[in-house]
Design a protein around this ligand. Structure first.
Ligand SMILES: Nc1nc2c(ncn2[C@@H]2O[C@H](COP(=O)(O)OP(=O)(O)OP(=O)(O)O)[C@@H](O)[C@H]2O)c(=O)[nH]1
Ligand SMILES: [Mg+2]
Length: 582
């Protein structure tokens, strides 16, 4: 019936821009795929809300938007919602004219949903076209009370083209009821909100109604159990409240407080106006499509908002991951700088190394001879070597031990610094809880460092051997030994390049200066400078590699965190498609 007096009150509807529904359908399908591919693995503040919002978004796509777009001709689904005891089941039974849903004095009564449809519409509801997460049953109410199933009831009292769904209460103490009623309301083309004279100002229904208003969902109100003498007053107040909440166009159906007879049904004269309105919606394709398009358009807008929230949350994930990565990088960059500084500041040449050096060259006397004149160094060295053929091994070992301690301690500090940084960073704490070993260096760090220094020592040895081999004149100095010379070169690699001052030069620097003179006596100063630089660079390269491997333990943890910019872009692209097709 075109132009039913109540129909226009559902308000304005966003008109389609003329694109085919197929384009809209395929873009919404794309959005669903894209939205489910986005991962939100990091425990950032608000991530639970973002995950819930995405779940709700996907659920609404599955429960309402996609089924509606795939079958524009499917019957209009009118979901009856409201507080417990408002009389929802009683109302549905009364409209249908038989007890299809159990009513009762114990609250809440309805735990699972009952969907009443005309027999001709059965095919629309037996499969999982709508509410795919809920199973279907057709038996008696007593036999089926699972919240995860919808009981289907055929009734010729309802017109074809409109189905009524009796839902559990929206503000239930039973969480499953609340969740289910929300899901069912989200699947509705039309919400039939049942409230009473006693409870129409309750907070929870109004929060839901406001949401519906913001979204643009079609809503009609049933004001039940109204004392006849207060009817006009309450109706007016409710209508004002609806107006204030943006639902001024929602029709209100009133039913007076009655003493129900044994059938527990409302007399037809009090439900007739509502039944007539529902029948007109079912039979009037224009009025019907107004209701559907309005709700669909609202649902699509809310999807857009949710998709934007999702991409915001996903971007925050990418940022958090990058921040964690940068934190680990900085810690290990600092470690490399620390090793470099430790090699340059001459600190390695003190303590044990200095003791072994002095042991090697003898105390006082040898140094004084060196000071007597660089020109005589060669002779001194030669005679010194000829006389004692000392072993440079203890010095080499002391150098290795010192260098190993330097590298190891910086690697350990880096892991604990990076771990501390992660614990203090958004999303980092759970990663550390899962990988507590990151707070320390690798379990085989000591062996790795030792191997690194052994390999470096071989490299230095080769350096010396190559240099010696290229000089015919050096044959006689080879008595000093390639090993001995390479220990001197190592010593030089760890010496200050200008950082030592005052007394330090005399102690630590003194040994390096002497080593340098010895090497220069053999190879010439230019070659020694080059070799010392090469030895230093070679060690730093190895340390850099080792620290990179240590840092990689952090990187691997982040590589397992499945956040991706591509997934975000996909959602944005799908969203743009949806907007374009609306
Ligand atoms: N006197 C009177 N009692 C009513 C009326 N409507 C419902 N009742 C009674 O109120 C109680 C609750 O009604 P229900 O229809 O079960 O309420 P409901 O909204 O389905 O409640 P839940 O399923 O718990 O959400 C039942 O005992 C009904 O018989 C009415 O208009 N007048
Ligand atoms: Mg009920």
């Amino acid at each position: 019936m075109v132009g039913h007096p109540l129909t226009p009150r559902l308000g304005p509807v966003t008109q389609s821009n003329g694109d085919t529904p197929e384009a809209l359908l395929s873009s919404v399908e794309h959005l669903r795929v894209a939205a489910t591919s986005v991962r939100l693995p990091l425990a950032l503040p608000g991530v639970e809300d973002a995950r819930d919002s995405r779940r709700a978004m996907v659920q609404q796509l599955d429960d309402y938007v996609l089924p509606r777009l795939r079958a524009v001709d499917a019957p209009l689904l009118c979901v009856v919602g409201g507080s417990t005891g408002a009389g929802k089941s009683t109302l549905v039974n009364s409209i249908v004219g038989e007890v299809v849903s159990t009513t009762g004095v114990l609250r809440p009564t309805t735990r699972s949903s009952v969907l009443v449809h005309h027999p001709d519409d059965e095919r629309w509801f037996t499969d999982d076209r709508i509410l795919p997460g809920l199973s279907r049953s057709t038996g008696s109410a007593a036999a089926n009370s699972s919240p995860t199933s919808v009981r289907l009831v055929r009734s010729t009292s309802l017109p074809a083209g409109l189905a009524l769904l009796d839902a559990p209460d929206i503000d239930s103490v039973v969480r499953a009821n609340r969740d289910l009623s929300r899901q069912l309301l989200n699947a509705a083309d039309l919400w039939l909100f049942v409230t009473t004279a006693a409870r129409y100002a309750d907070a929870v229904p109004w929060a839901l109604l406001r949401e519906a208003a913001e979204r643009g969902t079609s809503v009609a109100i049933v004001l039940d159990r109204v004392p006849p003498d207060a009817m006009e007053e309450i109706r007016l107040h409710l209508s004002q409240m609806l107006g204030e909440q943006g639902l001024g166009t929602s029709p209100i159906f009133t039913i007076p407080e009655l003493v129900l007879d044994s059938s527990a049904m409302l007399p037809t004269k009090h439900t007739g106006r509502l039944s007539g309105w529902l029948t007109s919606l079912a039979s009037d394709s224009k009025a019907r499509s107004v209701v559907i398009r309005r709700t669909l358009s609202g649902a699509l807008s809310s999807l857009s908002d949710r998709a934007v929230d999702l991409t915001d949350a996903a971007n925050a994930q990418v940022q958090a991951r990058d921040y964690l990565r940068a934190g680990a990088r900085t810690a290990y960059d600092e470690a490399l700088n620390g090793v470099n500084a430790g090699m340059e500041d001459g600190s390695l040449l003190r303590g044990e190394v200095l003791a072994r050096w002095q042991e090697l060259v003898g105390t006082g006397e040898f140094l004084r001879q060196i000071e007597a004149g660089i020109a005589k160094v060669r002779d001194r060295v030669t005679s010194f070597l000829r006389g004692q053929a000392p072993s440079t091994e203890p010095l080499g070992e002391a150098l290795q031990t010192g260098a190993a301690a330097l590298v190891t301690s910086h690697a350990q500090v880096a892991s604990s610094t990076a771990a501390r940084g992660w614990r203090a960073s958004p999303g980092g704490e759970p990663l550390m809880a899962k990988h507590p070993g990151l707070a320390k260096g690798s379990s085989d760090l000591n062996e790795r460092v030792e191997r690194l220094l052994r390999d470096w020592q071989k490299e230095v040895l080769d350096l010396v051997r190559d240099e010696a081999g290229s000089r015919r004149t050096t044959a006689r100095y080879l008595a000093f030994g390639v090993n001995g010379l390479s220990v001197m070169l190592m010593l030089l690699a760890f010496s200050a390049t200008g950082g030592l001052v005052g007394a330090e030069v005399a102690i630590a620097g003194g040994s390096a200066v002497l080593a340098q003179r010895l090497l220069e006596a053999v190879f010439g100063d230019q070659a020694v400078r080059t070799m010392a630089r090469k030895a230093r660079v070679a060690l730093l390269l190895r340390v850099e590699k080792l620290l990179a491997a240590e840092r990689a333990r952090f990187e691997h943890v982040l590589d397992e965190v499945p956040v991706s910019l591509a997934a975000i872009e996909e959602v944005e692209a799908a969203l743009a498609e949806v907007e374009g097709a609306r």
